[in-house]
Ligand binder design. Structure first.
Ligand code: COA
Length: 361
């Protein structure tokens, strides 16, 4: 039995396929490269939701509905946010989402799509002693998220964030998606399912990795010797963040998409300098991992360039997992609806290996 359920097929899905040997990601019949940078996040939400909600409108109407949901979330939750005890920005977002109705309608789903995008900038602003900014219902989702953080973004930055949200919208039966499907299979509502996804996403082996990538880059920059720093980490039994994947045995295709996005933000500015440095660290890490773990192909994963992109977009590293959740929530909801349609409780078995009771008469 594999502790990590390796190679176990636990669901049939029409939503996405991760080809770990070939390094391809398919989302509802489209390759990642067809979608990222070409479709807006709102359009991809529609693609994922198609067939899972009866009353689904067209792209433009759905994007307007997401905009209205952002305003509704802000009006509903903003008065309570300042009252939350001093939580980190991820826990604050999760606490806000926990206050939403636990329904199954499209309106419930759109509130959940809107919530991370509204709560993250609001909590970050409150944390810096600033007033949260009201959403603009007519704005593009990614653009509005950045505007609520620090004012109207450049079109290039808004496009970069939009491409990021599309890139991470869904990814097979990863840990957080599996968690949402398990909770949905008990017939709990969408909010419960999303809260389960958020819990699983938080850990550093999953969506919590990009913050530590920044810490690693800073530590390596300070040390001045990437290879020595990386070798020392591995000798201490640590993992190199932003590398390795359960399914991909080749480079994660999302890493290249996001690296190209960061490159487009400029090569001569600060993000260009950071990118050049990150590329040298990436090569050093690949070389060190090849020697240290020759039995396994450990390649760059999505989180390495996520860290650079979100840093360039102005998010502090403690909010990176929030932004990941803002993209992945669409996949979670679609998977929850797909699971619900099976009507079957997910309930695997464990093998008991503990002591047996004395059967004394
Ligand atoms: N750095 C160092 N060693 C790594 C590693 C990494 N990033 N990723 C895997 N390994 C090593 C393990 O230490 C283990 O070595 P061992 O056999 O000598 O004990 C071996 O590879 C297999 O580890 P396992 O946990 O079974 O691999 P996995 O493929 O299931 O792990 C991850 C997948 C994502 C959990 C793992 O690669 C990891 O921890 N990566 C760093 C965190 C990260 O970037 N997460 C985001 C994923 S998108």
């Amino acid at each position: 039995m594999a502790n990590g359920l390796d190679d176990v097929v636990a669901a049939e899905t029409v939503l996405s396929d991760v080809d770990g040997a070939g390094g391809h990601l398919t989302i509802r019949g489209h390759s990642l490269t067809e979608l990222a940078g070409h479709w807006r996040y709102g359009q991809v939400v529609r693609l994922l939701f198609d067939g899972f909600f009866d009353e689904l409108p067209g792209d433009d109407e759905l994007e307007k509905a997401i905009g209205n949901a952002r305003v509704e979330i802000f009006e509903r939750l903003q008065p309570m946010l300042a009252e939350l005890p001093a939580l980190d920005v991820y826990s604050g977002m999760r606490a806000g989402i926990a206050l939403l109705p636990d329904g199954e309608s499209l309106a419930d789903a759109l509130r959940l799509i809107a919530a991370p995008a509204v709560l993250t900038p609001a909590l970050l602003r409150l944390g810096r002693g600033e007033k949260p900014l009201t959403p603009d219902a007519r704005a593009d989702h990614a653009n509005d998220m950045l505007r609520m953080l620090s004012g109207t973004p450049s079109p290039a930055l808004a496009k970069a964030l939009d491409t990021y949200l599309v890139t991470v919208c869904d990814h097979g039966l990863n840990a957080s998606t599996f968690a949402t499907r398990v909770v949905t299979s008990t017939q709990a509502g969408l909010t419960s399912a999303i809260l389960a996804g958020l819990g699983a996403l938080k850990g550093p082996l999953h969506g919590g990795a990009p913050g530590p990538v920044i810490e690693m880059l800073d530590a390596i920059e300070a040390s001045g010797d990437a290879a020595a720093w990386l070798r020392n980490e591995i000798a201490r039994g640590e993992r190199i963040m932003g590398f390795g994947h359960r399914i991909y045995r080749v480079r994660d295709p999302r890493a290249d998409v996001l690296k190209a996005v960061v490159r487009r933000l400029g090569t001569r500015n600060e993000s260009g300098r950071r990118l050049a440095f990150a590329e040298t660290v990436e090569q050093a890490a690949l070389d060190v991992l090849k020697v240290a773990k020759p039995q396994r192909s450990i390649q760059t994963n999505v989180e390495f360039y996520t860290a650079l992109l979100l840093e360039a977009a102005g998010f502090p590293k403690e909010a990176f997992s929030n932004v990941f959740a803002a993209g992945r929530v669409a996949g979670w909801i679609a998977h929850a609806r797909e699971q619900q349609a099976t009507g079957r409780l997910i309930r695997p078995q464990s093998r008991y290996v503990g002591p047996v009771p004395d059967l004394v008469a």
